[in-house]
Design a protein around this ligand. Structure first.
Ligand SMILES: NC(=O)c1ccc[n+]([C@@H]2O[C@H](COP(=O)([O-])OP(=O)(O)OC[C@H]3O[C@@H](n4cnc5c(N)ncnc54)[C@H](O)[C@@H]3O)[C@@H](O)[C@H]2O)c1
Length: 314
């Protein structure tokens, strides 16, 4: 049988899904990268969720944002989420308090100086991510792993802003972080296998399933998900059905927990548009062109839940 041209890449992904043998040997000798302390950059929707699951897993976490109000809001969200888990008896009060005691807030990025892993969850603006990674590279110890929660920006481009591209990796948590099981791990072309293994181990400790892919526009999750959402918007634009029917057909017929239009509203229509543009530009195929209705809605400020109006009213 003629091997598929991409078989080599698939083998590499398989290897990275479990720690390579060499790493296991080094771990026995106590030389493997060990993650004890974590800094999360950004206390927003994703950052506070990541902080919560890391603290619940026993890590010391510093949650850093640019203003104290944002840190306080992030902390308040975590406290609310933990007490909800306590009331549902999925966590004891003692465990919740102990997780909270492991979290500290900061508005100083130098607080990341002595951590083993930084998870960046700041806005999806390429220049902001690049300058932030360059800054973190100067602040953190040489061995610190720098991970990005980006939904769409190339890990290789982010890594190129640092002098440690072998220690840069994508750690793509899903929203809402405390509930969703998956973390999509994106290996840059220079990411060390040891770094991947350490990050997989940390994710598993957080109760997540880590699945690996290589750096490519949209990675796996958004390359498949966003074109489906875009197709649902084209279906609406073509007058094939009303939003409730489109979402209902996908929920009841395909067993999706949420319809594609409701999911666009939840993620933010601006985010969906941004990712479609990344796919369109990065893969150079017009099948990824964003639907005109999506472009129009974003221009009109109909961003979904966060603006009160999207495919539905909130
Ligand atoms: N929201 C989602 O559904 C989702 C899902 C997966 C991945 N992501 C990705 O996660 C990242 C964050 O998204 P979000 O939804 O949490 O955004 P958000 O706007 O809720 O939070 C971002 C936070 O970062 C802070 N911030 C901005 N610049 C900073 C800096 N230089 N240092 C420290 N903090 C800074 C902001 O003040 C804000 O509190 C983005 O890259 C996004 O693409 C989002």
């Amino acid at each position: 049988m003629v091997p598929h041209p991409r078989d080599g890449r698939v083998d590499r992904i398989r290897q990275l899904s479990s720690p390579p043998e060499g790493v296991i040997k080094r771990r026995v000798l106590g030389l493997t990268m060990s993650i004890q302390k974590i800094a999360v950059l950004g206390a927003g929707q994703m950052g506070n969720g990541i902080t919560q699951v890391a603290a619940c897993a026993g890590y010391e976490v510093t949650m850093i944002d640019i203003e104290q109000d944002y840190v306080d809001n992030g902390m308040a969200t975590i406290e609310k989420s933990l007490s909800k888990l306590v009331s549902k008896e999925r966590l004891s009060e003692e465990e919740a308090n102990s997780a909270l005691s492991r979290i500290s807030g900061s508005v100083d990025r130098n607080s990341a100086a002595n951590v083993d892993l930084v998870v960046e969850a700041i806005p999806e603006i390429p220049e902001l991510k690049f300058s932030t990674f360059a800054e973190l590279d100067g602040i953190c110890q040489p061995n610190t792993i720098l991970a990005s929660n980006t939904s769409s920006i190339s890990i290789n481009d982010i890594a190129a802003a640092t002098n440690r591209p072998n220690k840069v990796i994508g750690m793509h948590f899903m929203n809402p972080v405390p509930i969703m099981k998956l973390v999509e791990i994106i290996n840059g072309s220079e990411t060390d296998t040891e770094v991947t293994a350490a990050v997989i181990e940390a994710n598993e400790k957080m109760g997540k399933r880590a699945l690996c892919c290589n750096d490519s526009p949209g990675f796996v999750s958004n390359r498949i998900l966003c074109p489906m959402i875009n197709e649902a918007i084209l279906t609406l634009q073509d007058g094939v059905a009303e939003p409730e029917a489109i979402d209902g057909i996908m929920k009841l017929g395909m067993n999706h927990p949420i319809g594609p239009l409701a999911l666009a509203d939840l993620s933010g229509n601006d985010t969906v548009l941004h990712i479609m543009n990344v796919l369109h530009d990065g893969l150079g195929d017009d099948k990824y062109a964003p639907s005109p209705l999506l472009v129009q809605m974003v221009a009109d400020g109909k961003l979904g839940r966060k603006s009160g109006q999207g495919f539905y009213s909130y």
